[in-house]
Design a protein around this ligand. Structure first.
Ligand SMILES: [Zn+2]
Length: 585
């Protein structure tokens, strides 16, 4: 497309919105030069626009891209007040999008919790907790984590609660695992949440007990962990705002300008909307309103969700999303619902294939009702059985409601029976994948120990793409990974090796995809998942000026260097949000 045509497109887009008119009435001729705020030059813009994959310069006004193309053409728009930014030959990509993340949790964890790395030993955990207790004199609750999924397999600890009791004084300690589905408590914490020898296991979880007794040993799995979490005091609004702000600034540092929170109780809705209304939200946010976790026998109050959606939606906060859990995790807690049995009996009764949280009929009813009300539903499906049940439910919703065009999502669909792969395309169902973990690591070892050799066949992304399936990717931070850094995910998609070099080998290398495909997923595809395609995901006239400037051209470096890329600048709606203070309008 010629620049004149692009300009006319810009005019068409800007006059139909609330933006000031950027050009004279005569389509495609004169630009009011004073209106062009900033021109970025001397960079390689990878646009994700099929008509113009690469560009040399880009003009931005009032937070929008108003021109992009050859340097001479864009520089011709320079007016007396236009700022010129020379990017020194760097590469520019659309702002990256994380379509499955728990930002508020991550921000709060960073600011207020007692943290140790996944690699921590029992001694490291004890030392860290002792330290946190010493730093919060009089503190009632110490929350933190995360112990990795294989921790209690690797270390034999007869009484986990006692290990914590010895260093925690009067404080109540609760530490979550890397999946966020299980927790480790000391005696004081068990007492405060009311879990004792006489407490029965919930239907969807397990209270682990000391050998030969009913006495809880301090480890709570799935529903039992949720029982404890529900008793914890809420974070204050002030803490939530700090956590939300922190999470966005961490994301911006890595070039992320949009996120989909995979699990939004009302506190999350409130925090991000408040930030947005205060003009402090430096990212587009999509929030998946949380339905109750765990087994549920009755229908939901479906009309409550449109109320929440409408109450909390604002300029940069989109609340037209729902989250439903169908199962847990395929780690030694053996709670993902699988088609074939796990390697050994799980601690609970009749859990050899992992339980479904909801009956297939219940999920079907939920899907039909939410689809009817215009919500995109994200269904947590970590096992191949829950994947199948979720696809069946989407099929039923399509049959009942017709094609709503809503692309419902299957989260962490790492295990998919080959016969179900073609159904993603035919149902327009999105595989929500977690590339950070599909490489050799302690988490994968623990998955393989629970599911057996089929654990090697985890995350068939290439097969999905070949079958035309829509896919999205996310970090899942702070669950499963220690950082939101999207460059780790991009690298793992291409190499299927551990990006940090901390484990040898590769995981199912036949399923590696190309760099072009991986970047498209983190930009245009994830934008679709956030229902942001008209505003973000590519560098095109009329879209929000969201982009990341990186020193190296990703196409010129070895794939195993992708995660070492240096982010120089992140711009959201035309404003530099990383590094430092806002500038560059
Ligand atoms: Zn998640």
């Amino acid at each position: 497309m010629k620049l004149a045509q692009r300009l006319s497109l810009a005019i068409a887009l800007t006059t139909s919105s609330t933006l000031p008119v950027l050009a004279s009435e005569t389509v495609g001729t004169i630009y009011t030069k004073e209106a062009v705020g900033t021109i970025y030059t001397n960079a390689r813009f990878y646009t994700l626009d099929a008509e113009q994959p690469w560009a040399e310069a880009m003009a931005v006004s009032d937070g929008r891209i108003v021109a992009i193309g050859k340097s001479d053409d864009v520089l011709a728009l320079q007016g007396s007040a236009t700022q010129i930014r020379d990017l020194g030959g760097a590469m520019v990509l659309p702002g990256l999008i994380d379509a499955h993340v728990h930002p508020l949790k991550g921000g709060i964890k960073t600011l207020f919790e007692c943290n140790f790395p996944f690699s921590a030993t029992p001694q490291d955990v004890a030392d860290t907790v002792a330290d946190c207790v010493a730093k919060t004199p009089g503190g009632v609750w110490i929350r933190g984590g995360q112990w990795d999924s294989g921790f209690f397999d690797r270390f034999s600890i007869p009484s986990p609660k006692k290990l914590l009791d010895e260093v925690s004084g009067d404080a109540a300690v609760i530490l979550s695992d890397d999946s966020g589905h299980n927790s480790w408590l000391n005696s004081k914490a068990l007492e405060l949440v009311g879990i004792t020898a006489t407490t029965p296991d919930p239907e969807d979880g397990t209270i682990l007990r000391l050998a030969g007794s009913r006495e809880p040993n301090g480890l709570l799995l799935e529903g039992a962990s949720q029982m404890a979490e529900a008793k914890l005091p809420d974070w204050t609004l002030e803490q939530s705002l700090d956590g939300a702000r922190k999470s966005v600034s961490i994301a911006n540092r890595f070039g992320i300008t949009a996120m989909k929170s995979a699990m939004a109780p009302e506190s999350v809705l409130q925090a991000f909307q408040t930030l947005d209304k205060q003009g402090e939200l430096n990212a587009h946010m999509a929030l998946s309103i949380l339905t109750p976790y765990g087994s549920r026998k009755s229908a939901l109050d479906y009309d409550e969700y449109p109320r929440l959606r409408d109450q909390y939606r604002s300029g940069n906060v989109d609340t037209r999303f729902i989250k439903i859990f169908m199962d847990g995790v395929p780690t030694p807690s053996r709670t993902a619902a699988m088609l074939e049995p796990y390697t050994a009996e799980s601690p609970g009764a009749d859990r050899t294939r992992g339980p479904l949280h909801l009956s297939p009929n219940q999920l079907t009813e939920d899907l039909i009702e939410f689809d009817k009300r215009g919500f995109t539903v994200k269904i947590h499906t970590a096992g191949d059985r829950s994947v199948r049940v979720a696809l069946d439910a989407i099929a039923a919703a399509r049959a009942k409601n017709g094609d709503s065009g809503l692309r419902h999502e299957l989260a962490h669909a790492g295990f998919i029976d080959p016969s179900d792969i073609p159904r993603f395309a035919s149902l327009n169902a999105v595989a929500d994948l977690s590339p950070y973990i599909w490489n050799p690591s302690p988490i994968i070892d623990s998955v393989i120990s629970a599911v057996g050799p089929r654990g090697e066949h985890y995350f068939p992304i290439r097969s999905l793409l070949k079958a035309g399936a829509p896919v999205l990717a996310g970090s899942d931070w702070p669950a499963a990974v220690e950082t939101i850094d999207p460059w780790l995910g991009l690298e793992a998609m291409v190499t299927r090796r551990n990006p940090e070099g901390s484990a040898a080998g590769s995981l199912w290398p036949e399923e590696a995809i190309s760099l072009e495909q991986a970047i498209a997923i983190y930009t245009v595809e994830n934008a679709r998942a956030l229902r942001l395609s008209d505003r973000a995901g590519s560098l095109q006239v009329g879209k929000s000026a969201d982009f990341v400037v990186i020193r190296q051209n990703l196409f010129d470096i070895a794939p195993e260097k992708i995660s070492d890329v240096e982010v120089l600048q992140t711009v959201f709606q035309g404003k530099t949000v990383y590094p430092g203070e806002a500038s560059g309008r």
